[in-house]
Design a protein. Sequence first.
Length: 248
Amino acid sequence: MSLLEAERIKLFTTRSPWWCGLLAIALPVGLTALIATQAGGPGSAEFDASATQLLTGLGRSVVMVMAALSITSEYRFGTIRATFQAVPNRTSALLAKTAVTAVPAALIGAVVGFGSWAVFRLIHPDPALALDSAADWRAVAGQPLVFAITAVLSLGVGILIRQTAGAVAVLLVYSLLVEGLVGLIPKIGDDIQHWMPFFAADRFIGVQADAPGLQELPLGPWGYLAYFAAIAVAVLAAGILSAGRRDA
């Protein structure tokens, strides 16, 4: 418990997590409200709960930055050395940091998921937006799981790279650009894309589930969540192993 308390103090006594948390909520919820004001015109498509979650990826991107900063800033200012001196078991220290980072990420995900759904339904009342099915609940209430796993993955990348600019660049370029471009590779692009981690996260949520090419996938929603979690755990494990073998 003392490890968790120490990591909590280190995380929340700086301004960046608070600003990141606020931005991670304001961006997707605010832009979802803007989209809702334009929805429902003549000839417009029908909406369901998953349609209210289209912009949650923006919040996840900010959570990536928050999680990466939580560890790279320690390497930047040298406070990680004091942590490892106080806690010689580096694995325990890093797992405590992981837990303290993942919990607020999950809370942010809950606010983003339910906030985006609520604001869309408030502006654009429609019976189709009610949470009537398991898929609807998964789209909204599944956001905390996706945000928490995203934070774990990002923390692992931060431990491996150590530098804030490098870690943030890798995470954002990969999630926002690389995964989308992979699908453009002739013949095999779609097959590769079906195994990308953030593609898996979106399939669990059910974003654009009716889009062409997304009807026959190798895994179901919960299978994709397990796959996304396995990748996050593997990256974190690689980071912890690297931290144990390299000088702080």
